[in-house]
Design a protein around this ligand. Structure first.
Ligand code: ATP
Ligand code: MG
Length: 342
C-alpha cells in the first residue's frame, strides 16, 4: 500500500468534500478505499454511509469498495489513554475532568487524535488507499507537528517536576517532593485542587513512553504520505496554502498538488455581453469576468512561485453530497490517477 493521502488546507475551503470525492473516485476505480473524515455535513455523511456517528470503518452499501469512518476526538482520546497508560491510571484518566479539559482545549489535541486514528487504520493494512480529511488547522501544519508537541507537553519540565523526575513510574518521588508542597497551597486555598492536578499529571505522565513511541510511528507514516492542499482563490486561504508549501518540507514531503476549489470557469473571462443586456446585467457579467480573471491570475502566480501542479475544481450550483456528484466533481482533474495510479 502507498502512504496515506492527507487533505489539508484552511477552514471551510472544501477539505471534507474533496476527501469524499477522492474516496468515491478511488473506490470506483476498484481500490479498497478508506476515507477518514472530520465532521462532515449531514447529507455528505449520509452519502458516505455514515448515518450514525461511526468512528469504526463502515462499508458503503452502494459502493462496497468505499469505506468511511468519522474521526471522533473524544473516543480516540479514551482509547489513547487505554493503550498507553496502565489500566488503573487509564481508568482515572478517562474519568478525569483535567484529561477532558486538555483533550478538548490543547490546540493540537484534535490533530493528534486524528493522526493516531490514521495510524491505527494504516496498521491494519486493509485498504489500498487511505484518505485523511485533516481537522481544521489553527496553525497551518499543526496536524503534522501535533505528535511531537504532545510528547513535549507530556514529557515537559513542568510535568517532570510535578510527577517526580525524568523517569516515568516514580510515584514515590511525587509523593515525597511535590505533593507536600501542593498540599500546603491547597490548605491555603481550602481545596484539594492542586493535589488532584498533581495526581492527574502523574497518571498522564505514565502515557509518555507509549505516546513517544506512537509519535514516531505516526511520523513514519507522515514521511510516506502524499499531501494535497485545498484552497479557494480568496487571499486568506491562499496565504494559508502558501504556508503549507513553505513549512511542510520541514516535517514531511512537500505537497503533491494544490487544489483550487470553487473556481469560476475560465470561459467567463471572455463572456460576451448580449447587445440587448440591461445595464445591470452587463455590469454583473463584467464583474464576474473580472473575478474569473483574478482567480486565474492567483492560480498562475501560485504555480509559478511554488512550482506545483494546480488542480481546479469548479464551483457547483449545489453542494456535492451524493456519490455521483462527488465523483463528477473531480472526474476531469486526473487527481486520482496522479495520486494512486490509474
Ligand atoms: N466545488 C464546490 N462547489 C459547491 N459547493 C462546494 C464545493 N466544494 C465544497 N462546497 C461546499 O462548501 C462547504 C464547505 O465545504 P467542506 O465542508 O468540504 O469544507 P471544509 O474545508 O471541510 O470545512 P471545515 O474546515 O469546516 O472542515 C460545504 O457546504 C460544501 O458542500
Ligand atoms: Mg471539514
Amino acid at each position: 500500500m502507498n502512504g496515506p493521502i492527507l487533505v489539508t488546507g484552511a477552514g471551510g475551503v472544501g477539505k471534507t468534500t474533496v476527501s469524499a470525492a477522492l474516496g468515491v473516485a478511488a473506490a470506483q476505480a476498484g481500490y479498497e478505499t478508506l476515507v477518514l473524515t472530520v465532521d462532515p455535513a449531514r447529507r455528505l455523511a449520509t452519502a458516505l454511509g455514515l448515518d450514525a456517528l461511526h468512528n469504526v470503518p463502515t462499508a458503503n452499501e452502494k459502493l462496497p469498495t468505499l469505506w468511511a469512518a468519522m474521526l471522533d476526538s473524544e473516543a480516540s482520546w479514551d482509547q489513547i489513554a487505554r493503550s498507553h497508560a496502565p489500566p488503573e491510571a487509564a481508568d482515572r484518566l478517562v474519568n478525569s475532568e483535567f484529561f477532558h479539559a486538555i483533550t478538548r482545549h490543547f490546540p493540537a489535541s484534535q490533530s493528534y487524535a486524528a493522526a493516531e486514528a490514521m495510524a491505527q487504520h494504516l496498521d491494519e493494512r486493509r485498504w489500498d488507499v487511505v484518505i485523511v480529511d485533516t481537522p481544521p488547522a489553527s496553525g497551518g501544519i499543526e496536524f503534522f507537528t501535533a505528535p511531537n508537541e504532545l510528547t513535549n507537553l507530556v514529557g515537559g519540565r513542568l510535568f517532570r517536576w510535578l510527577t517526580g523526575g525524568a523517569i516515568p513510574g516514580r510515584r514515590e518521588l511525587f509523593n515525597v517532593a511535590a505533593r507536600p508542597a501542593l498540599r500546603i497551597v491547597d490548605i491555603a486555598l481550602g481545596s484539594d485542587l492542586l493535589e488532584r492536578v498533581g495526581a492527574f499529571l502523574f497518571d498522564l505522565r505514565t502515557t509518555y513512553d507509549g505516546l513517544r513511541k506512537r509519535s514516531q510511528d505516526i511520523e513514519k507514516y507522515f514521511r510516506r504520505s502524499t499531501t494535497i492542499v485545498v484552497t479557494t482563490s480568496d487571499p486568506a486561504p491562499v496565504a494559508e496554502a502558501a504556508r503549507f508549501f513553505k513549512e511542510l518540507p520541514q516535517v514531511a514531503r512537500p505537497p503533491a498538488a494544490i487544489v483550487f476549489n470553487r473556481t469560476l470557469p475560465a470561459s467567463w473571462e471572455e463572456a460576451e455581453i448580449p447587445s440587448d443586456a440591461t445595464r445591470a446585467l452587463a455590469r454583473n457579467l463584467a464583474l464576474w469576468a473580472r473575478e474569473a480573471h483574478r482567480q486565474e491570475t492567483v492560480r498562475d502566480e501560485f504555480a509559478a512561485r511554488y512550482r506545483t501542479s494546480i488542480v481546479s475544481i469548479p464551483w457547483k450550483p449545489t453542494a456535492p453530497t451524493d456519490l455521483t456528484s462527488l465523483a463528477d466533481l473531480i472526474k476531469d482533474t486526473g487527481l486520482v490517477a496522479d495520486l494512486v495510479g490509474s
